[in-house]
Design a protein around this ligand. Structure first.
Ligand code: ATP
Length: 259
């Protein structure tokens, strides 16, 4: 469970170009929920993810994960509980290493230094099982160097590496935005399979209104650093891209096109 309580963040405080990024933001995501965050440019989406992950300190307010106040917990410690996948498919993986070596790297990162390091049969079978959740055939490419994978396969591998330590929360930071529409759908479907199989609590930021309509249990619309609108499971079945766009205070062409 994630709780954000009265989170405030202001950039350039007291200066002419002061920007209130989070304005007493409150948000609760129950365990197992999949929230999709939308909002215009500058609405505060990235700042909110940075505050949750610990990459950016809040001016005031609190972040709780499963009831523990992590507001002052440094980012590397929070990373044990919070997984994050970024927009750039090149960021989460090591290109010149194989799929299996990347999986091992991710596993060793989340374990103690004394942990046995080699790739053994048990590990390989565990990696195969986890990669098969994605439904992309990566389980049969354990010996392939990551640089030979497509952007979509690579981003899906980043995802499965990020969630290997069974995190309390998964943050998806526009993780399909750099992919072509078909690949983006492929990665999103792989994401949904992994999230469902591992029962992950997930918060996904997207500019793609169709994805907000199609995926997740709840749409959370941010505007000027606050939650402007939430659409839960029951109402979500009735919403369309057009009704979502109607709620935006600034309607960009990209949103109207569902880009
Ligand atoms: N590091 C920073 N320094 C100064 N101002 C910032 C910084 N990060 C964000 N801001 C400002 O805070 C506000 C919220 O920005 P944020 O990036 O969180 O919005 P966003 O909803 O993620 O936007 P986008 O959809 O464009 O990524 C904006 O006015 C932005 O200019």
């Amino acid at each position: 469970m994630l709780e954000i309580r009265s989170a405030r963040k202001t950039f350039y405080k007291g200066q002419a170009d002061e920007k209130v990024a989070l304005d007493a933001l409150d948000l609760t995501l129950q365990t197992g929920e999949f929230g999709v965050v939308i909002g215009s440019n500058g609405a505060g989406k990235s700042t909110m993810l940075n505050a949750i992950s610990g990459a950016m300190p809040l001016d005031s307010g609190h972040i709780l994960i499963n009831g523990d106040d992590v507001t002052n917990t440094p980012v590397h410690k929070r990373a044990m509980r919070i997984a994050r996948v970024f927009q750039d498919p090149m960021l989460g993986t090591a290109a010149s290493m194989t799929v299996a070596e990347n999986m091992l790297l991710a596993e060793l990162r989340s374990k103690s230094r004394t942990f046995a390091r080699g790739l053994n049969a048990k590990r390989l079978s565990d990696y195969k099982e986890r990669l098969s959740m994605l439904g992309l055939g990566l389980e049969d490419r354990l010996d392939t160097r990551v640089e030979l994978l497509s952007g979509g396969q690579r981003q899906s591998l980043s995802l499965i590496m990020a969630v290997g330590g069974s995190p309390d929360l998964l943050l998806l930071d526009e993780h399909t935005a750099a992919l072509d529409p078909r690949t983006a759908d492929l990665v999103l479907n792989a994401t949904i399979r992994a999230v469902d199989a591992l029962k992950l609590t997930t918060l996904m930021v997207t500019h793609n209104m169709q994805h907000a309509v199609d995926y997740g249990n709840r749409v959370i619309m941010l505007d000027a650093g606050k939650v402007k609108l939430q659409i839960g499971d029951d109402e979500k079945t009735n919403i369309t891209v057009a009704t979502l766009v109607d709620h935006f205070s600034v309607k960009s062409d990209a949103m109207l096109l569902g880009a």
